[in-house]
Design a protein around this ligand. Sequence first.
Ligand SMILES: [Zn+2]
Length: 278
Amino acid sequence: MKSPLEYARSSDTCAYEYVPVPAFEDNYIWVVSDGRNAVAVDPGDAAPVRAYLAKRGWRLVAILLTHHHNDHVGGVADLLADARVPVYGPAGEALGPLDAFVTRVKGGDAVHLEAPALDLTVLDVPGHTRGHIAYFQAADAAGTPHVFCGDTLFACGCGRLFEGTPAQMLDSLDALAALPGDTHVHCAHEYTLSNIRFALACDPDNADLRDWSREAAALRERGVPTLPTTIAHERAVNPFLRAGDAAVQAALTEALHESVPDRLAAFAMMREWKNRFR
Ligand SMILES: [Zn+2]
C-alpha cells in the first residue's frame, strides 16, 4: 500500500505548492501557492502565515475558512489589516466581527480564484460544527485532487462533535470518503500519532494500520508532517471510515461490552470512546 507521503511525492510535477504551516500547538494552516501568490486556509494566527509568506516572497491573495472556531479564524482580522483580500467562509456560521468581510459559500457552490488558479467546489460537512464546509479541488495541474477539510476528517481520526450529531458527521465523512482515492487530504491538525493509538484499539488486526503506525512515528521523529494523507489511505486505516467493518465492530463489542446494532451505532460508540481514550 502507498503511504500518504508516496502519494504526495507522485504529484511533485505539479508547480503549485501545498504547504502545512504549523501554528499553535498542533494546527496546520495550509498555504497554496503558484510560486508568487498564495491562499491561506483557516489562518487561526496571522504571525506564522506572515513569517512564512515573507520567507518565500509570496503575496497573500485570498483566505478560505472551513468553520468558526478561533484557532481557524483568529488571524483573519490581522491579515486583512495587511491587505484586504477576499475571504470565503461557511454560509451557516456566525463569524462575529469578520461577518462583514466574508463571502458566504455553501455545499455545491464554486469558488474560483485567478492566481493561484484554483477551482474549488464547496462541500457541506456538518458534525464538528453545524455549518462546517470543505473545499474540493478536482484536479491540480498534474491531475491530482485536493480537499481542505478543516476539523472534519483527520489522518486516522475525525473531529469532535461539538455541534452536530453522529449521523450528520457520518454523512459528512461518507461524502469525503467518496472523493477519488488519490485526493490529497489537507487536515487542520497534526493529531496523527494519538489518532493511530486509538485506531489500533478499534482495528487491532489491520495490517495497513500497523504499517502506517510505524511510518507515521518515524516521520514525527524527524519532525516531518504526516500530512497530507489521501482518501484511499484513510479508507484503509481510519476506523471512523470503517465503522461498517465487521472486525472494527467486533473490537468495539469486546472493548466496550456493548452490542453494535449497526454502522451508525458503531460510529457513535467509537466517537464517544475516543473522547475519553487516553
Ligand atoms: Zn474546530
